[in-house]
Design a protein around this ligand. Structure first.
Ligand SMILES: Nc1nc2c(ncn2[C@@H]2O[C@@H]3COP(=O)(O)O[C@H]4[C@@H](O)[C@H](n5cnc6c(=O)[nH]c(N)nc65)O[C@@H]4COP(=O)(O)O[C@H]3[C@H]2O)c(=O)[nH]1
Length: 518
């Protein structure tokens, strides 16, 4: 299986983002194209319907006028009703005498003739048009387009109009003569009358979308103000889709990246263990009163060709890989080799190692007294164990007792951060208690956490334990800890984790100053 590297994660991230953006654009383009196609279809439909009505209207009105009736008698009404019956789009036909409507196919002869308002527009062929006209003879809600020439008028079936206006955009009709626009009328009551030149539509503004057929004398101008809503929705939907795409894609990419990085880091650690690539640094531990180095804690480090990785990151992998004991063994062995170069320190020089709690319970640590470099070590060897509920069991107690009998010391690490159980403290044969650095960090601010230090010290002393404070970074903290009777300290105030050679040098300097040498 190919090895995954962090770089692969970045490539995956960038590729996923590119694909996401690309898909977003394709989606956007498709949506816009789809809206355009729909507009065109709608325009074709409206044009077709207008054409049918125009033809119907012209034929009916022409035919009736040609009959030459002067009055509204039964014969005239019969002719009007026959014409209505033959027509598909006309709802009603009326007959006029001097601008007064005197009879209609629906109502017959009117008792009181109805005077007509001036038309909304008259086209070049002499047809008058009333647009969106409320028809009093039906009921108030009934509106229609009325077309009249000479004595007859027709009322167009409004179902087409309402059907059309129910669509997301309204429409307008434009009558043309050749290339010239003669008039425009629309069902929304907006109409422009008069002779106009091509370019009319641009005069209407960009918000009009026009569609003219070569076979029809009519054009339709679709109101893009209405269409803008459709566009608006489209855009909102598009944006939402785009955003969700990006967020989804981004999350996917980031998860892929994290997953790959996780796998890649895990592989690095696996390799590191197989190749014994971890190394040791040593952080001095001092007597807080004298500030003399009385020991050190071994801290593991890892670095490979991809760079360093901090313990907070690699320790969980070691647990996950279930290689805790292998790791501890490797590091103890390296540290004991390193420490063999230290000279001039007594048997009380304390060397601490971190032990995983699971290795305490699974009997792995029972091997420690049999490791020659530890058994024959000239130092006071301390095993630091983080408090854990694991340690409540009998096997933990038994194994720690074995270490104690073998002459090793036991320290409870990071006290106060996890499973703090005083009964456990009593039973674990420990001699040292390490207060977690988070208690010390806040000392200057007098935080609640730091105020607990004195209680921890009291309990530890009550159990006969010595106390080590971790994370001492400055003199103020050191002084305060001395006042609280804390015996030992560890932290940047006395030295960061360092290679063995540097620790040796520090010890040498300390010896020289004790002997009064420069
Ligand atoms: N900010 C600040 N930090 C300070 C100061 N003084 C010491 N430290 C850091 O505090 C940590 C102390 O080690 P720990 O509590 O045992 O906590 C250790 C320990 O639990 C674990 N660890 C490190 N090496 C080993 C190992 O060899 N075996 C096991 N089992 N765990 C290890 O990783 C943890 C973190 O180790 P490191 O990153 O080396 O972090 C170290 C050290 O660098 C200070 O003044 N200020």
């Amino acid at each position: 299986m190919p090895t995954l590297r962090v770089r692969d994660g970045w490539v995956a991230l960038i590729l996923s983002l590119l694909v996401t953006v690309g898909l977003g654009f394709v989606l956007a383009y498709t949506l816009v194209a789809d809206i355009r196609v729909n507009q065109l279809r709608k325009a074709e439909y409206v044009l077709h319907e207008v054409e049918k009505r125009a033809v119907d209207t012209t034929i009916v009105i022409k035919k009736l006028n040609a009959l030459g009736y002067q009055f509204c008698d039964q014969r005239n009404l019969l002719a009007m009703r026959r014409a209505l019956f033959q027509s598909d789009h006309i709802k009603d036909i009326g007959f006029f005498i001097e601008n007064n409507l005197v009879c209609t196919t629906g109502m017959g002869m009117l008792e009181t003739p109805v005077a007509e308002d001036p038309p909304d527009l008259i086209d070049l062929n002499g047809y008058s048009l009333w647009v969106d006209r409320p028809l009093l003879m039906f009921d108030m809600d009934y509106q229609a387009i009325m077309v009249r020439k000479d004595r007859y008028n027709v009322v167009l079936d409004p179902r087409f109009i309402s059907h059309t206006t129910m669509a997301p955009f309204s429409w307008q009709l434009v009558a043309r003569m050749g290339d010239e626009v003669e008039h425009v009328f629309g069902v929304r009551g907006t109409f422009i009358i008069g002779k106009s030149v091509p370019g009319l539509f641009s005069r209407l503004g960009d918000s009009y979308y026009t569609h003219c057929s070569t076979v029809s004398p009519y054009c339709v101008a679709l109101d893009l103000n209405q269409l803008a809503f459709a566009h608006g929705y489209g855009l909102v939907i598009l944006l939402l889709l785009l955003v969700s795409f990006c967020v989804g894609g981004g999350c996917f990419a980031i998860l892929t990246y994290l997953f790959r990085r996780h796998r890649s880091d895990k592989q690095r650690i696996k390799r590191g263990l197989a190749e014994d690539a971890f190394y040791c640094l040593y952080q001095p531990i001092v007597d807080l009163r004298t500030e003399q180095v009385i020991g050190c804690e071994m801290l593991a480090r890892f670095e490979d060709n991809q760079g360093p990785m901090s313990p907070d990151r690699f320790i969980p992998f070691i647990r996950e890989l279930d290689r805790t004991w292998l790791f501890t063994r490797q590091l103890i062995s390296k540290a004991m080799d390193d420490l063999s170069t230290i000279s001039g320190v007594g048997v009380s020089f304390r060397v601490s190692f971190n032990i995983f709690p699971q290795d305490v319970t699974n009997d792995a640590i029972a091997e420690l007294p049999h490791i020659p470099s530890l058994k024959e070590s000239p130092f006071d060897i301390v095993f630091e164990i983080t408090e854990d509920e694991y340690l409540d069991g009998d096997s933990a107690r038994r194994n720690l007792a074995v270490l104690h009998q073998a002459g090793f010391s036991i320290a409870i690490d990071d006290f106060g951060t996890g499973y703090s159980n005083f009964n456990q403290l009593k039973k674990l044969h420990c001699q040292l208690l390490k207060i977690d650095r988070t208690f010390v960090f806040d000392m200057e601010e007098g935080s609640i956490k730091s105020s607990l230090i004195k209680h921890i010290v009291a309990i530890a002393h009550g159990l006969g334990l010595k106390v080590v404070a971790e994370g001492v970074e400055n003199k103020m903290q050191r002084d305060a800890l001395v006042d609280l009777d804390v015996e030992y300290g560890q932290g940047w105030a006395f030295g960061k984790p360092m290679p063995i050679a540097q620790l040796n040098q520090l010890l040498q300097t300390q010896r020289n100053s004790a002997e009064g040498q420069p």
